[in-house]
Design a protein. Structure first.
Length: 278
């Protein structure tokens, strides 16, 4: 196979840029600052240049060792010393993933090409196909990261809470509302907010008695007023028990700021930030 140096450099410059961009996305590194962008371009050029060395016939073990050292070096140039080993490991893993997918693409289209740890050469593969593949790779990785972020959000913001009010007890899904700082002005106890469905259920089952009933003042962007509330024996979730906490009734279907959750058709609760910080 005839290898053209300019094509080899450009292909690995582009793929290096994609790999560094994805590494930056994973570690939430802002590349828009001028100095950081300049370092990013330098790193991409290093990726283009290293390909000439990686394809030398020195054997796979030496290639792997060279790629590992290069991953540390390029991440040091682009991202700095902080967390460089972890970022280099992510960069190397992405390199192997993208290289393997590129070779699969070459085989699928019946093209010849070469791959070394940290470098690719697609030969006569059309540029449009390669660009489409790289774009799809970026999209796929970003979608995976979005899924991971969503799972992290659920783990940190969604709980299963046990509520006991006298002889009444039920386990219900609950969401953390960081904007909920309600407290009972008399006892200082934290206040969770029940969806209208849950509040209606409490009323129908006779759980809200006079000795437990309280009106909780609130103030929000849309105005202020009083929320009807009932004193619980406890709210328990994630190894946390809030004894004597209040459960207030919402005037409309429960929503979480930011649109993370739409209107719910099941009884649920908004926990206050003070409850979770305990």
């Amino acid at each position: 196979m005839i290898v053209y140096g300019d094509i080899l450099f450009v292909e690995n410059f582009i793929t290096g840029s994609v790999l560094l961009y994805l590494t930056a996305v994973i570690f939430r590194v802002d590349l828009h600052r001028k100095k950081r962008l300049l370092r990013f371009v330098c790193g991409s050029m290093m990726c283009g240049g290293i390909a000439f060395v990686l394809f030398l016939p020195v054997g796979m073990p030496w290639n792997i060792a060279l790629e590992g050292a290069f991953a540390v070096l390029v991440c040091l140039v682009v991202f700095g010393r902080r967390g460089v080993l972890l970022r280099a490991a992510a960069f190397a893993a992405l390199t192997c993933f993208l290289g393997g997918m590129t070779m699969a693409l070459l085989l699928a289209f019946g093209h010849t090409g070469m791959y070394a740890p940290g470098g690719i050469y697609t030969g006569d593969l059309k540029a449009g196909v390669l660009a489409l593949f790289l774009g799809a790779s970026v999209f796929a990785v970003r979608r995976i990261l979005a899924f991971v972020d969503r799972m992290k959000f659920y783990r940190e913001h969604v709980f299963s809470v046990k509520i006991r009010i006298g002889s009444w007890e039920q386990t219900i899904e609950a969401f953390l509302d960081t904007g909920n700082g309600l407290r009972d002005p008399v006892s200082g106890k934290s206040v969770a907010v029940a969806s209208s469905l849950l509040w209606q259920k409490l009323k129908e089952e006779g759980v809200i008695t006079d000795d437990r009933f309280r009106m909780i003042p609130y103030s929000a962007v849309g105005g202020s007023g009083l929320l009807p509330a009932v004193r619980t024996d406890f709210l328990e979730f994630a190894n946390t028990r809030c004894c004597g906490a209040f459960l207030a009734g919402a005037g409309e279907e429960l929503k979480v700021a930011g649109g993370a959750f739409a209107e719910t058709e099941e009884p649920c609760v908004l926990l206050s930030r003070d409850m979770v910080q305990r």
